[in-house]
Ligand binder design. Sequence first.
Ligand code: SAM
Length: 348
Amino acid sequence: MPEAGESVFLPADWRGDAKTPFDADTAFNGFISTNVVFALEQLGLFAWFDENGRLDVPEYCRAQQLDETVFRRLLSAAESFGFLVVTDGQVTPAPAWDDLRRKLGFFTWGVGGYHDVFASAASITRGERVFGKDVLRNEAMVALGSAQADLAMMRHLLDEQVAELDFSVLADLGSGISERVCRLVKSRPGARGLGLDISASATQLAAGTVERHGLTDRVQPICADVLDVLFRGRRIEGADQVDVAMSFMFLHDLLVDPSTRMDVIPALRKAFPNAHTFLLGDTTVRPRGENENLPVFSSGFELAHALMGVPIYTREEYENLFREGGLHLRRTIPFGAPHTYLFVLEAQ
Ligand SMILES: C[S@@+](CC[C@H](N)C(=O)[O-])C[C@H]1O[C@@H](n2cnc3c(N)ncnc32)[C@H](O)[C@@H]1O
């Protein structure tokens, strides 16, 4: 397996199918079509076609209490983009549907989660509006989009790594609704888990996740700022029993402050002193100049973080951070979503 900086075999679809430069027609229709995909998801069409081969428009509108005239126009837009085939009030998925289904999480993330941020790009650039104060993202949609992407592209890759590990207690940092920690604990008899998240509402939802999985005696969601744990002396009961610490799509949030950036990994090791393995997954900056195509997600991830004032990193920068912080990189695994990696790290 590759050491830091060595080449990693990249999945072909990370190169992307969107050929640049976009002409104005493609750019404009791209904006409209992402909104249409998100609307179809919200109206239940992806779930419907997971179970059914076709949809009867009047019947579906009656059952879902939809305005049939508007729904038909929406379907017609989806048909003009090549997503659906509509004949005599019957709708079937077009061949493009399966790829949209696999990548649906990015539409939920982008349109559902970040539409206000992207729409405010000019005023943020002028300094008239500030992310976090005047402009917010929709946290629930970001969490839902992440969960959809995890299910479609990442879950099996993490499970393969976790299957190789000895552990009794897992900690997931920035755990959102604790779905992942519950799933992994459930798959290992006798294991326990902690899910730490700064968001009170995510922690509340996490309590529901734990209950749904029947794990109230084994998984504990904790509302905590991980930066308090790393740098401000907040103690987490049971942290010294954690043998595998993990975080997904969250590490960059810990690295925002340049004055503590290089201290984050040593502080993580100190906060979980008996963790033998760290599983850290995050999206990186897309390498430039390799070809003229773009994949899904990368451009959105990069622009959203720029507008939020959150730096993001290359794979090599992450690997350097781990090395400097005293973690041994066992493996770098392409982690489903474009330019996203799972770093498997050993405490030395
Ligand atoms: C992009 S989401 C990822 C959620 C989940 N790990 C996943 O992969 O689906 C980032 C999560 O980190 C949480 N978060 C952000 N800053 C945090 C902090 N300082 N301490 C703890 N959690 C934080 C957010 O509330 C959010 O749930």
